[in-house]
Design a binder for this molecule. Structure first.
Ligand SMILES: [Mg+2]
Length: 224
């Protein structure tokens, strides 16, 4: 098996949703409902068409919002505020184990997500891990060219003044790891992985861990 330390990793890129906290907490299910509401109430899309459109846009563009932006004149800012307007503290609580694991990793850490910065900060605060992240690369930084578009990864690498070989990336979706793998990153799939989803294929995945807190185990076996 590949050794992480052969790669000289100096940056770790963490996805946010359902990577830094488990899917079972239900936060994304609420966001998902709000996306449906937005499509119906703000864009006037008939409820019967919403699931099919979401699936199509997700497959084609990586997010529903990118499809809405390209095909329905979406006001991206209005959308992002609306779908993330929820009390994250009711779903998330401080995670001392995650705090400890992150504390033990002396490499620059960044959040790399298709979500907006203000929401990212609320999530990190609710988990009690805000202090560990040097940078947040959010949907505004990405200018709507979101994961898994390869340009998103190139933009992050450029901002970090590094290259793919020096990065480790974690995500709960295999398809968001593939472009990272293509750029030479070490890739870590967090969660159940492809077995849990019909939309995913296991491609470009170096390691699979059920929880982000097990990143410490990978790094102990394969020191940076
Ligand atoms: Mg995610």
């Amino acid at each position: 098996m590949m050794r992480v330390n052969d790669r000289g990793i100096n940056h770790i890129l963490f996805d946010l949703d359902e990577t830094l906290y488990p899917k079972e907490l239900g936060l994304m299910a609420v966001v998902s409902q709000r996306i449906n509401d937005y499509m119906r109430l703000r864009l006037g899309i008939p409820a019967s068409q919403v699931p099919e459109l979401r699936k199509r846009y997700y497959r084609r563009y990586g997010t529903t919002s990118r499809g809405l932006y390209l095909h329905h004149h979406l006001d991206a800012h209005d959308y992002l505020v609306y779908v993330h307007d929820l009390p994250v503290e009711e779903y998330l609580s401080p995670d001392p184990l995650l705090d400890e694991v992150l504390d033990g990793i002396e490499v620059e850490k960044a959040v790399f997500t298709n979500s907006p910065q203000e929401y990212v900060q609320r999530v990190l605060r609710a988990l009690g891990v805000e202090r560990h992240f040097d940078r947040i690369f959010d949907i505004y930084f990405l200018e709507q060219i979101n994961k898994p578009d390869k340009r998103a990864y190139l933009k992050v690498i450029e901002a970090l003044e590094t290259d793919g070989q020096d990065c480790l990336i974690l995500d709960d979706l295999a398809r968001n790891l593939k472009p990272g793998k293509d750029l030479g990153m070490v890739t870590v799939l967090v969660g159940d992985g492809p077995k849990g989803s019909l939309w995913e294929k296991e491609e470009g995945v170096d390691f699979v861990i059920p929880k982000v807190t097990e990143l410490g185990n990978i790094l102990r076996i394969h020191p940076l």
